[in-house]
Ligand binder design. Structure first.
Ligand SMILES: C[S@@+](CC[C@H](N)C(=O)[O-])C[C@H]1O[C@@H](n2cnc3c(N)ncnc32)[C@H](O)[C@@H]1O
Ligand code: SF4
Length: 421
């Protein structure tokens, strides 16, 4: 519903977007640089709230899958022979479930492309021990994002996480002692049964431990996960909108008190630390089952089915559906993620799209400024706290819409002929 409204209002498009099996991307051989995202779909246990493309870890499957990732990347080397990789992100699933293999993969990526200095990995607290951390750091990983979710043992049990608060704390401390540039602590707030004080305690703990970044996401209950039924079974209730807003405001105040800067709608970063972010690249290639890519003017998705992925990549790129982006939609995609960053640098828009942002989106930006949702600061248009709250609601609603249609559809069918959203 919300996505439909955004599409009509912003893209001026009445017809829904269609990701199509026949829309094979025509790659730009002169592409100079891109961000690489590698999806590792394995987890030791499946969490009821999780919307991501994942499966239970199996050693044999993981081994053949990691080999397939390299085959896929070699195919991109043929297409983008002169390109550099700006940053590498391993997301999941749980990349640290295959830590030694990850180290090998990083080496193999470096053998194919020049890589920038940022390598980020999503980590599960149970996988973090001194040996794994040393392996990752020595391989050049400089950013680690730890999926703590909450430090409260009772709440961890409620959301089906297999560790307690002490273990989560120990994992963060160990990571901090390893010397990464950025250790990010992922938290979820507005969990069923969670009180305002619980949220404050969680976030204060992450700041007090000294994490360079804290990401605090509001719980989103996706229809295709078992979370709704799980919450009902436990006799708990969803957190209401007013309580969630109070929680968000408490997090923002706490971040300010601890000297962290709000670097996106849901992240707070310490001055000088590189920001960990997997979703806001301008151009990216995603490898692995269910990975998305945006380059050469196309947005496309790989098949979500791990076995089909491994099979397909032997013959070709495992793309399942894609769409050619009209210019305005490509611009809006960029604008959307800059709003998520709360900072829209006008000159970057001109560099990328060869026209001033105000010529295309003057009315939209003027509306933002008029209603106090944004302020103009030199080259940038920055979202205010009020604007950021509106975008918090938009991002929640849009994620829900997009994932429930595009991801759930792609999980149901390995090679859908079309996905409409
Ligand atoms: C791929 S997971 C992180 C890595 C690892 N698999 C783990 O769970 O520790 C990425 C992050 O998304 C957030 N997340 C997952 N499901 C969510 C949901 N339903 N609502 C809000 N945030 C969610 C969590 O904070 C999670 O750490
Ligand atoms: S939240 Fe993380 S560990 Fe849990 S199922 Fe999702 S990807 Fe796996």
């Amino acid at each position: 519903m919300l996505s439909t409204l955004l599409r009509v209002l912003l893209a001026g498009q009445l017809k829904p977007f269609r990701l199509n099996a026949n829309e094979i991307p025509r790659f730009n051989p002169h592409l100079e640089n891109f961000g690489l995202y590698a999806h590792i779909p394995f987890c030791r246990r499946i969490c009821p709230f999780c919307p991501y493309n994942k499966m239970l870890y199996r050693e044999d499957k993981a081994e053949e899958y990691c080999k397939a990732l390299l085959v896929e990347l070699r195919r991109y080397k043929e297409k983008f022979s002169a390109a550099r990789i700006d940053s590498v992100y391993f997301g999941g699933g749980t990349p640290t479930s295959v830590t030694p293999r990850l180290v090998q993969l990083i080496d193999e990526i470096r053998g194919l492309f020049d890589t920038g200095k940022h390598i980020g990995v999503e980590a599960h607290p149970n996988d973090l021990n001194p040996e794994n951390l040393r392996l990752l750091r020595e391989a050049g990983v400089n950013m680690l994002s730890i999926g703590v979710q909450t430090f409260d043992s009772q709440l961890l049990k409620i959301i089906g996480r297999p560790y307690d608060g002490a273990k989560a704390k120990e994992a963060v401390q160990m990571a901090l002692n390893t010397g990464f540039d950025t250790v990010d602590v992922d938290l979820i707030f507005a969990l069923p049964g969670q009180k305002l004080d619980d949220v404050v305690n969680d976030v204060a703990m992450a700041f007090a431990l000294g994490a360079q970044q804290v990401s605090a996401y509001p719980l989103i209950i996706f229809l295709y996960t078992g979370m709704k039924a799980h919450v009902r079974r436990l006799g708990l209730k969803k957190t209401g909108m007013a309580a969630e807003k109070k929680m968000l405001n408490a997090i923002i105040d706490l971040a300010q008190r601890y000297g962290y800067k709000r670097t996106s709608i849901w992240t707070y970063t310490r001055e000088g630390a590189p920001r960990y972010s997997s979703v806001t690249r301008e151009r990216f290639v995603g490898i692995g089952a269910g990975a998305a890519s945006l380059n050469s003017g196309y947005f496309y998705l790989n098949t979500f089915d791990v076995e089909q992925y491994v099979d397909a990549v032997k013959k070709r790129l495992p793309v399942s559906v894609g769409m050619k982006l009209p210019d305005r939609v490509e611009m809006l995609y960029w604008l959307y993620w800059r709003m998520y960053d709360m900072d829209i640098p006008s000159s970057r828009f001109t560099e990328l799209f060869h026209e001033p942002i105000r010529r295309r989106f003057g009315l939209l930006l003027a509306t933002f400024l008029f209603f106090g949702l944004a302020t103009s600061e030199g080259d940038s248009i920055k979202l205010t706290k009020k604007g950021a709250y509106l975008f918090h609601l938009v991002e929640k609603g849009h994620s829900w819409d997009y994932l429930c249609r595009v991801w759930a559809g792609s999980m149901k069918e390995s090679w859908p002929s079309e996905i409409i959203f």
